[in-house]
Write a protein that binds this ligand. Structure first.
Ligand code: ADP
Ligand code: NA
Length: 330
């Protein structure tokens, strides 16, 4: 293929993706299908770095795949698969473990955050080496671009370092991927606490918009979003973070620019913006929920999409692994 290659992974989150996941990541995956030879995987190997219930993990992996398809990933235009279906990830992961310095791995700040959350005694070696498996994930596909959030920048730097180290020691084998995010992505904030990123681990569940919740539950969350005591609808992230967040979401869902929205809402109250946004979200999410349910209700189709995706992914991954193994002396 002439198109540059993109690779991204998404965790099999319990229950549902939220609006931040969609506007910050998934929507970008859908757009990249048009310009890139794109590989997307549900990263179940990464999920087990923290304790998982087997039945829930299996269900959440399928749920993640169903939502990605419902959001617009098209198996004819991209490769969608489950990480554990492609054994080369674990195999190249081991090789990369053996190229990484212990001190180098210890500098990964995400481990410090995540292990602190787990409790130091409960954090596993898998959680520690997680970024190194992520390196293997990317290098297996010779990815040029890695669409990730800012929090992953350090892991992409590690990927570049290890690709260059391997290439220098054993001969040119891996593409060194782009150091950072492919394009600006929308960052979505909590509707109740607009100083915090919308997150599945939100402290204020009313500020978290889950895509598979009943639409009227989400509509209420938009209508009771925290704004400020002023009345002017203007984009100003420092002084008006709540209103700015609502404008960002409105703009992302409708394609209307923020200046156009400021003009449209001139002289109108926050209530009008919130009510419109609730309606816009419900109109978008209703067909999304229906498509997700269709995929979940047709396990044969979902299995067949994921099996074909794994086959396409393996064709690339196996070739890369074979070249790496050969150079190492296996
Ligand atoms: P969470 O922060 O809820 O735990 P994840 O870490 O699983 O979500 O993120 C999955 C993807 O969604 C990542 O690409 C991440 O950058 C993106 N993402 C998560 N929350 C947001 C947000 N509030 N705004 C924009 N993108 C987000
Ligand atoms: Na996160």
């Amino acid at each position: 293929s002439e198109r540059p290659r993109a690779l991204s992974g998404i965790q099999p989150t319990a229950g549902s993706f939220h609006l931040g996941n969609y506007l910050g990541a998934i929507r970008q995956y859908v757009a990249l299908q048009e310009t890139h030879d794109a590989f997307y995987m549900v990263v179940d190997l990464h999920a087990i770095t923290v304790p998982q219930d087997p039945a829930e993990l299996r269900a959440n992996t399928r749920l993640a795949a169903a939502q990605l398809l419902a959001a617009g990933l098209d198996p004819d235009r991209c490769t969608l698969f489950v990480q554990s279906h492609v054994p080369e990830h674990a195999q190249l992961g081991w090789v990369m473990n053996c190229l990484t310095g212990f001190g180098e791995a210890s500098r990964m700040t995400q481990f410090k955050d995540k292990s602190a959350k787990q409790g130091a005694d409960r954090a596993t070696v898998g959680l520690f080496t997680y970024p190194i498996l992520q390196v293997a994930d990317i290098l297996l596909y010779q990815a040029d671009a890695v669409p990730v959030g800012e929090d992953q920048r350090q892991h992409i730097e590690l990927t570049r370092d290890l690709a260059e180290r391997f290439n220098t020691r054993f001969g040119d084998t891996f593409t060194v991927p782009a150091p950072h995010i492919v394009r600006e992505v929308a960052k979505i904030y909590d509707l109740q606490d607009p100083s915090a990123k919308m997150s599945k681990s939100s402290a204020t569940p009313k500020g978290l918009v889950n895509l598979l919740d009943e639409p009227n539950v989400s509509a209420k969350k938009f209508k009771s979003a925290v704004t400020d005591t002023d009345t002017v609808i203007r984009f100003d992230e420092a002084d008006k973070p709540g209103v700015s967040n609502l404008l960002t979401i409105h703009s992302a869902l409708t394609g209307t620019t923020i200046p156009e929205l400021e003009e449209r809402y001139a002289g109108k109250g926050y209530g009008a913006l919130k009510t419109d946004l609730a309606e816009i979200f419900v109109a978008w999410v209703t067909p999304f929920r229906e498509r997700t349910q269709e995929y979940l209700g047709d396990p044969e189709t979902l299995d067949s999409v994921l099996a074909k995706g794994a086959e396409k992914a393996r064709a690339v991954a196996a070739e890369t692994l074979a070249a790496a193994y050969d150079r190492i002396g296996f």
